[in-house]
Design a protein around this ligand. Sequence first.
Ligand code: MN
Length: 244
Amino acid sequence: MNPITRRQWLTTLGTTSSAIVLTQLLPTPAQADEAKPSSPYATLPPLPYAYDALAPYIDERTMTIHHDLHHGAYVKNLNAALDKFPKYKEKPIEDLFRILNKLPEEIRRTVRNNGGGHYNHSLFWESMGPKTDNSEPIGELATAITKDFGSIEEFKKQFVEAGMQRFGSGWVWLAITRKGNLAISTTPNQDNPCMVSDIPILGNDLWEHAYYLTYQNRRAEYLAQWWNVVNWTAVNDRYKKAIA
Ligand code: MN
């Protein structure tokens, strides 16, 4: 190889963000649509901000791998399962979680794990954004949190404690229960509150893939820092829509 060309090539590699490199490995939404025109789950929703927008609280490489590869795989696996039973593609995915036990056994576990992974991560990306001054709950949601937990501070404390108590991989949630109040819960793996007929409002990913590159084994630190990137406007909007 010509030394200059080689140096240029290495320079290009070094300055090209890992986000771009990894994104190029994935099918574009257009390609995915072409392959599976009828599936509502065929495409990975794009991040609503740049891969480095949540740094330093969540680093760019973690976001790139997490979104493109982890979430990308959940979408791919879910589609492969639903392709075998296309009638389930017609239903909102939340409905599939409520009837897991009635799904064909052949796809039940895949819908639970990969459908759960797709739903949970979609909600997760939408619940975050670059740090702003608006770093506390707002509006109707702030009122409801204060009513059900005593204070915003107490809610955050209980949410972090619950996240610490979940052993292994899973999620910590704020959800609306069937009684209409807010409650904190945790789920293993990619399960979520829809599976017990609650409505998730906010969730934090407790899998090590969500935080290991920056925080290694320090989950408590990740949970504490994560509040810096919660988009409370989006979370309040979701709450208002759910109770409307
Ligand atoms: Mn994850």
